[in-house]
Write a protein that binds this ligand. Structure first.
Ligand SMILES: Cc1cc2nc3c(=O)[nH]c(=O)nc-3n(C[C@H](O)[C@H](O)[C@H](O)COP(=O)(O)O)c2cc1C
Length: 302
C-alpha cells in the first residue's frame, strides 16, 4: 500500500514514493528489477549499460569497510541489446524503469538513449561519474563535455537525468550542474560512489583486483547531503539524492537538503529488499500527515 503523502514528482515524472533502486545493484535482469519494484521501490534503475558487452574488472570487486562498501566492478554488463529484453520483462510487471547508460564517446550516448527511449523506459540516467572508470568521471567533471553529451541525447522523448561524480570541487560541480541544466538535463543525480581503496597488510597489496574503487554506504551520506545542499540553490531542475540512505530519517535529510527523490543501493545489504518499504514507512511516520513534496529544500529556509 503506497502512502499518498509520499507521492513525488521528479520534474514531469511521477513516482509512487521517493525511493529508487540505485544503478548497479539488482539491476541486471528483468526478474531482479521486478523483485525490487514489488518490494516497494518507487522506481528501479538498471545497471549501467554500454553498447557492447563488458566483462568488468578482475576480482575481488567488492570489499567491506566499517561504514560501507568499496567496489570496483568495472561496469560489467551484457550490452544494450540484451538489456533491452530485461527492461521489457521489468516493464511488463508494471515497474517504472529508468535506464542507466554510459558510452565511450558522445555519439554512443546518443545511440543508447534512442534505444532506451524506444523500449518505453520512464527516464534515462546518464552515468557520467563512475570513479574507477577513469574516462567517465572525467566527463562529469567537465562542464563542456557534460553539455556535449546531454545535447547529443536531446532528441529523447523521456526525461534525461545526469548522474555526476561527488569527487570534484564544489564550484566545479556547480559549474557542471549549471551546464547540464542549460543543455537540457531534466534532473541531476548526486552522488555516485567516491574514490577509495583498501589495502591488505598481509600481502601488502590493494585488496580490490583493480586496485582502487568507489566508496558507498553510510560513510558517504554526509558528503552526498552536502553536495545536494550546495547544488539545490544554484539550479532550477530537480535533484535525485544518493549515498548512504538506509532509513526514513536518512531520506528525509536528503529531501530537506533539496532532493526530490532518492536512490538506495548499499543499504540493501543491511536491510534486504524490505528497505524500500521500511524507509517509506519510517518517513511517513515522521511526516505525520504532511506531504513529502512540501519538504524539498526546507533546510535552506531562514
Ligand atoms: C556494487 C556497486 C555497483 C554500482 N554500479 C553502478 C553503476 O553501474 N552505475 C552507476 O551509475 N552507479 C553505480 N553504483 C553507484 C550507486 O548507484 C550509488 O550511486 C552509490 O552506491 C551511492 O549510493 P548507496 O550508498 O546507497 O550505495 C554502484 C554501487 C555499488 C555499491
Amino acid at each position: 500500500m503506497q502512502k499518498e503523502n509520499l507521492h513525488v514528482n521528479v520534474g514531469d515524472l511521477h513516482l509512487r514514493n521517493p525511493t529508487l533502486l540505485a544503478a548497479g545493484l539488482m539491476g541486471l535482469t528483468g526478474a531482479s528489477l521486478k523483485r525490487v519494484w514489488n518490494s516497494g521501490a518507487g522506481g528501479v534503475i538498471t545497471k549501467s549499460m554500454s553498447k557492447e558487452a563488458r566483462e568488468g574488472y578482475l576480482g575481488p570487486r567488492v570489499v567491506e569497510t566499517p561504514c560501507g562498501l568499496i567496489n570496483s566492478m568495472g561496469l560489467p554488463n551484457p550490452g544494450i541489446e540484451s538489456m533491452l529484453e530485461e527492461i521489457k520483462i521489468a516493464k511488463d510487471s508494471g515497474a517504472l524503469v529508468v535506464g542507466s547508460i554510459f558510452g565511450n564517446e558522445v555519439k554512443e550516448f546518443a545511440e543508447l538513449t534512442e534505444k532506451i527511449d524506444k523500449v518505453g523506459a520512464a527516464a534515462i540516467e546518464l552515468n557520467l561519474s563512475c570513479p574507477h572508470a577513469e574516462d567517465l568521471s572525467t566527463i562529469g567533471q567537465n562542464p563542456k563535455l557534460t553539455k556535449k553529451v546531454i545535447e547529443a541525447c536531446s532528441g529523447s522523448e523521456i526525461p534525461i537525468w545526469v548522474k555526476l561524480p561527488g569527487n570534484t570541487h564544489i564550484s566545479n560541480l556547480v559549474g557542471v550542474t549549471k551546464s547540464a541544466e542549460k543543455a537540457g538535463a531534466d534532473a541531476i543525480v548526486l552522488t555516485n560512489t567516491l574514490p577509495a581503496m583498501s589495502i591488505d597488510v598481509t600481502s601488502e597489496r590493494p585488496i580490490l583486483g583493480h586496485g582502487v574503487g568507489g566508496l558507498s554506504g553510510p560513510a558517504i551520506k554526509p558528503i552526498g547531503l552536502r553536495l545536494v545542499y550546495e547544488v539545490y540553490e544554484k539550479i532550477d531542475i530537480p535533484i535525485v539524492g544518493a549515498g548512504g540512505i538506509e532509513s526514513g530519517k536518512d531520506m528525509i535529510e536528503y529531501i530537506l537538503a533539496g532532493a526530490s527523490a532518492v536512490e538506495i543501493g548499499t543499504g540493501m545489504m543491511e536491510r534486504n529488499l524490505d528497505i524500500f518499504k521500511k524507509v517509506c514507512e519510517e518517513a511517513s511516520t515522521f511526516l505525520d500527515g504532511r506531504e513529502v513534496d512540501d519538504l524539498v529544500g526546507s533546510a535552506h529556509k531562514n
